[in-house]
Design a binder for this molecule. Structure first.
Ligand SMILES: O=C(O)CCC(=O)C1=CC=C[C@@H](O)[C@@H]1C(=O)O
Ligand SMILES: [Mg+2]
Length: 324
């Protein structure tokens, strides 16, 4: 016996969360509940505005169709579904089948988009490998270079991840690199997407010796994973990629090409973020995932994130919009 429910959520965000050109005031999405033989499992469907091609409404409608098929015991074609829907439904199905192991990797690379002094304090308190992530490309490229160089000098055993989100022209990327001393460049684990064009990012990596990672490029039509000089990693944001099976296939291809695969958030609620931490521990066990995004919310959903003090909204407070 199978049944399914769909709940809608709207969560208030911390002030000042900017996605590309838009302020994200509330995070909208869906919680799916699957029930089979007295077992219950959950998944989150949450297209990210400015990143996902589908809207929350479209994702909710498609989720209902696919959940109806699941209840009827029909075969599902998750490869044809919106990525956010495929990811949420495949997670819930994996939960039901106890395929997604419980243990999660909750070690976050602290994310800094403001004061680098804060980051030095957090890193000095961090056990084990010191990994941090800074958003660059928002202010002057020269300032970014000075900050990165300062951090690499202050904490020599640190592995720094940087994310430019394709903000730099090749010239600006060079201005950044100029301020990072050559002897510190290997402390940069990777710089995500320095330039608008992937070919410019690749040339930058090869000219400067600063490794890059693909994030946006992974979602470009025709993208293929291959070993290339200067490319260290690919960033996998499952809500933007698709089903668990599709994410795992990408991770396996990355590993076969000698690349690091980093599971990263698309600003899911604490419910989806916990599943991402478990996927990370399962499929990329020695890599710190990019999941330091709970701080962007004002509340948590259903399940809390370790050490997060924000209030938790229970399932009983959400509106159930559909069931079968
Ligand atoms: O990758 C991480 O460490 C955290 C997630 C993260 O940085 C992002 C998630 C979703 C959208 C973006 O604003 C942003 C990114 O720039 O990659
Ligand atoms: Mg990015």
């Amino acid at each position: 016996m199978r049944s399914a429910k769909l709940f809608r959520y709207q969560l208030p965000m911390d002030s000042g969360v900017i996605l590309r050109d838009q302020r994200l005031i509330t995070r909208e999405g869906w919680v799916i509940e699957l029930c089979q033989d007295q077992q219950r499992a959950y998944g989150e469907v949450a297209p990210l505005p400015e990143f996902s091609l589908e809207t929350a409404t479209e994702a909710g409608e498609q989720a209902q169709q696919i959940l109806s098929q699941w209840v009827a015991g029909e075969a599902l074609d998750l490869d044809a579904a919106f990525p956010s829907v495929a990811f949420g439904i495949s997670c819930a199905i994996a939960e039901l089948a106890a395929e997604l192991p419980e243990a999660g990797n909750y070690l976050a690379a602290p994310l800094c988009s403001g004061d680098p002094d804060d980051l030095v304090v957090r890193l000095n308190q961090m056990p084990g490998d010191k990994v941090a992530k800074i958003k660059v490309g928002m202010y002057e490229a020269v300032r970014d270079g000075i900050v990165a160089n300062m951090l690499l000098e202050a904490i020599p055993d640190m592995q720094l991840r940087l994310d430019a989100n394709r903000q730099w022209t090749p010239l600006k990327a060079q201005q950044f690199a100029k301020y990072v001393k050559p002897e510190h460049r290997s402390g940069i684990a990777f710089l995500e997407e320095p330039c608008r064009l992937p070919s410019d990012s690749l040339a930058f990596a090869q000219q400067t010796g600063i490794n890059i990672a693909w994030d946006e490029t992974v979602r470009d039509a025709g993208f293929e994973i291959k070993a290339e000089p200067g490319v260290a990693a690919i960033i996998i944001k499952p809500t933007l990629i698709g089903s668990l099976a599709r994410c795992i296939a990408l991770i396996e291809q990355a590993h076969a090409a000698g690349l690091t695969a980093v599971i990263s958030s698309s600003i899911e609620s604490s419910l989806g973020l916990n599943q991402l931490a478990r996927l990370a521990q399962w499929q990329t066990p020695n890599v710190i995932p990019g999941l330091d995004t709970m701080q962007l919310f004002q509340v948590q959903l259903i399940q809390s994130w370790p050490d997060c003090e924000l209030p938790v909204i229970p399932l009983s407070e959400l509106d159930m919009v559909w069931h079968k």
